[in-house]
Design a protein around this ligand. Sequence first.
Ligand code: FCB
Length: 443
Amino acid sequence: MTLDPLLSPARFEWGCATSAFQIEGASTVDGKVPSIWDSFCAQPGRILDASDGSVACDHYHRLAEDVQLIANLGFKHYRFSIAWTRITRQDNSLNPAGLDFYKRLLDALEKHQITPNATLFHWDLPAHLEGGWLNRDTAYRFAEYADLVARHLGDRLPRVATLNEPWCSAFLGHDLGVFAPGVQDRAQSLVAAHHLMLAHGLGLQAWRAVRTDTSLGIVLNPELSDPASSRPEDVQAARLAELERNDCFLNPLFGREWPQELLQQIDALNATRKEGDLAICAQPMDFMGLNYYTRTIAQAPAGGRDVERGYAFVTPTAPKPLTDIGWEIYPEGLTRVVQNLLHQWPLPALWITENGAADNTGVTDGAVNDTMRCDYLQTHLEQVAGLIRNGADIRGYYVWSLLDNFEWAQGYSQRFGIVHVDFQTQKRTPKRSALMLQRLLQA
Ligand code: FCB
């Protein structure tokens, strides 16, 4: 593979991404308080392989080695998340020992001239915040946490995103119930979505009250949903899936009301929404991060809880090309989804903050020949170059993920890393895909 000149590291930002809960481990060390993911993992049946994040990649104790690895692979940018549960204590005051970990991480990155790209919230909500995202108060607690990070680390963080994929926290967490906190209640998921966006807005206000030199934004996982057939019911189902995933988050970011179809699904929202909330959500943003993995196919709901949602997903099956987690490989979707969004909202500069594949190829004779992931990355990078060529303002690309890690409800069963992790020994082995990217970045 050769690199399209539009993606040359001289003009385009190349990075790899991780998140705190998925790699850090050390879940009870140095005053860290439990997150809703710690409690969720402790509930039987929640995680496919009954695992948890207590050790994960043990990155907390291996950060020097891991940052060295990022440098060796040639990345100049690293996206990670800060654990709210390390930075604050039960009483929401600062935990200096937790803060120190991120200072050490930033020191190591600086030593290798790697620019940090931080996310404040990648799903690991402190478990002691009563009601979690169903409580409006949590949005105000998030703003206090943002203020603390801005004060204590802000001078070393050039780019900060408030939330990662709030759709997952809201809907996977409170409607489908497959993510923490595991609630299954449609109305509550919409309340959570509103509080998450309020937290984003309050967080940006809090940060800007401390510093004005940080590039600030949010990371979303917008949806491209195609109807299973041309029947009007299926077309409407795909539309509802996109409204929930896109409009529900993008509308407030630009001060727009939710679409009627969503508003009518919920009375509870009116109870939690206050005059002026939309204006809080619509803080100016310097950038937006987009995560893309696949598209979905939607059909009209046949019954059960899908009826409330207004759509049902069709599970893709072979012979479609699928990654090991069962997601369709559909590179064109990246172009379609970005163009769709650009058409509907006045987006700021864009970064692809996550893209990658679950390819569970293991180590053979010391090497990992993850050819499916290599193809996946190549075909998606071609789409990124095509988008830029056609005028989209995309400034960077972060591969998900640096390391095989704790893949949420799938536990350790799905490997997204470009570096293999042996979870018995914690040995890291760069895969063929990592070496491919290293070559591209050097060329
Ligand atoms: C995204 C998450 C990330 C990882 C990938 C596979 O939705 O942001 O943490 O789990 O999916």
